[in-house]
Design a protein around this ligand. Structure first.
Ligand code: LER
Ligand code: MN
Length: 262
């Protein structure tokens, strides 16, 4: 298991400075923001080739909405994810973090056909993931479906719900990621859920129960990490949280804390 950190959490004026600081603090990877990646691709690529720190993943930033109310919004998300998958693969990253949808349903109620709009949404998501899966298999980067807690999305809240989508889609490069903050709210037993999703988890986000750095809340990371070890997890775990204090002090301290639990 390798430790990574989202780029916005690291001090530095350029991506190169951020990579240098990440390495100094003890990280092996950096999760890059997807929003403006197409525009700064060369800068990121050059910085990565001048650093020992690798790109772990690309965090969303694709625009549109896979479950938006109209075709244009959904196509925008598909094309944005495709573009970032290609860039991510070229940079050597694992994949692109993909949230099926934020907040509540935007697709109109189709009563009396499929009275539960979530069934319609899942069918649309599966077809979209088939399109993305073909592309992802070709470029060699994963679509990383991320379950979020119930206050951020109504659709995919638990790891097993994301695994079910992967199974129907059946593409090698459509898999899931596990975020400890969301799991702490939604999973009955984090370790058990991780074990049950073994073979599907390709990325992990780390934040404590209060979404501060691990160590500042009450999440039991040790049993979660043991479960990840048990399923043979070798990829990155990236910090996605707030830092209470000076990052140049808190980030290396957190690396030591996490390493003591791994
Ligand atoms: C949102 O809560 C989250 O966990 C992010 O990883 C989504 O991009
Ligand atoms: Mn997350």
């Amino acid at each position: 298991m390798k430790l990574a950190v989202q780029e916005n959490l690291i001090p530095g004026n350029t991506i190169l400075e951020k990579l240098q600081n990440a390495e100094k603090y003890g990280f092996e990877g950096v999760e890059v923001w997807g929003n403006d990646l197409p525009q700064r691709f060369k800068e990121v690529k050059d910085a990565l080739s001048a650093s020992r720190v690798k790109i772990s993943t690309v965090c969303s930033g694709y625009g549109g909405d896979l479950l938006g109310p109209d075709r244009k919004t959904r196509e925008m998300a598909i094309e944005g994810i495709k573009e970032r998958l290609k860039l991510c693969a070229e940079l050597g990253g694992v994949g692109v973090i993909t949230v099926p949808t934020f907040s509540g349903p935007k697709i109109p109620d189709l009563y009396p056909w499929m009275a539960d709009v979530r069934e319609v949404e899942k069918k649309i998501l599966i077809e979209e993931c088939k399109i993305l899966g073909k592309w992802a298999d070709d470029v060699g980067a994963y679509v990383l479906l991320e379950p979020l807690n119930r206050y951020e999305t109504h659709l995919i809240n638990r790891l097993q719900q994301a695994v079910e989508i992967c199974n129907v889609v059946g593409a090698e490069h459509v898999k899931i990621m596990a975020d400890f903050f969301h799991m702490n709210i939604e999973e009955a037993n984090i370790a058990k859920s991780i074990e049950e999703a073994g073979g599907y988890i390709m990325h992990v986000h780390l934040a404590d129960s209060n979404r501060l750095l691990p160590g500042y809340g009450h999440t039991d990371f040790k049993s979660g990490f043991e479960a990840l070890k048990k399923i043979g997890y070798k990829n990155f775990m990236a910090l996605e949280c707030r830092i209470p204090g000076d990052p140049s002090i808190e980030l290396p301290k957190c690396v030591n804390y996490l390493r003591s639990l791994i």
